[in-house]
Unconditional design. Structure first.
Length: 56
């Protein structure tokens, strides 16, 4: 489910992201899959999935 938010709220929510969540979102934006991101960051796919859940 995609949630639409107002621009001001989006800026506030982005500021609330952790460094790791921001890093993962940047990698997602380049088209990498969760598996590829996990390999790149030397973590499990489950860890990436947990970070992505926190962002949603």
């Amino acid at each position: 489910m995609v949630r639409h938010i107002a621009p001001a709220e989006a800026i506030h929510e982005l500021a609330a992201l952790t460094e790791r969540e921001t890093e993962i979102l940047q990698l997602v934006s380049t088209g990498l899959t969760s598996h590829q991101i996990a390999d790149r960051l030397n973590v499990t796919k489950a860890t990436i999935d947990k970070h992505m859940e926190a962002v949603r």
